[in-house]
Design a protein around this ligand. Sequence first.
Ligand SMILES: CC(C)(COP(=O)(O)OP(=O)(O)OC[C@H]1O[C@@H](n2cnc3c(N)ncnc32)[C@H](O)[C@@H]1OP(=O)(O)O)[C@@H](O)C(=O)NCCC(=O)NCCS
Length: 149
Amino acid sequence: MPNDFEIKGMSEHDIPEVLMLERESFGKMAWSSRDFESAVNSSYDYPFVIHEDSHVTGYSVLRVLAPEAEVEDICVSSDMRKQGIGECLLNHMISIARENGAENIYLEVRSKNEAAIGLYRKTGFQDSYVRKAYYRDPVDDAVIMVLKL
Ligand SMILES: CC(C)(COP(=O)(O)OP(=O)(O)OC[C@H]1O[C@@H](n2cnc3c(N)ncnc32)[C@H](O)[C@@H]1OP(=O)(O)O)[C@@H](O)C(=O)NCCC(=O)NCCS
């Protein structure tokens, strides 16, 4: 069940493990240590982690600038996928966005990222528009998706 995972606010101690997962999943597009430090210390970013046996298994970053919110990052360790962790993080971000006065949540995703698009559609996000050839390494379109709260 997705909601069985305990979600905590990301701390500076989580960043080294978060960075490893981030680099594994996003390669050249990965956030830097400074990006995560800035999210941890920001008043409008909400960075979250899920741990299993004291290790980070998933994390996400939500930005809320009401009335808009944006899913900035979401990632689950490759050996822990398809167990509901991503859905749990996303549902938590939706609750936090709503609590903080957001009316819409936006995100952008590679058009070929079937796992992420499947997760977003399951959670109620809808396609808004496409930015052609927005991504590099490899080139791909960005699909902008929105959830109206
Ligand atoms: C996208 C990602 C976060 C999903 O995390 P996850 O924990 O594996 O997802 P969940 O187990 O919570 O799956 C929830 C739903 O997402 C969809 N989904 C998940 N993986 C999928 C896949 N490989 N193919 C198609 N749909 C998938 C399904 O609808 C699934 O519901 P179901 O289990 O009832 O079928 C994970 O694949 C990941 O970290 N990918 C690399 C990083 C990334 O691409 N992040 C998104 C950037 S925009």
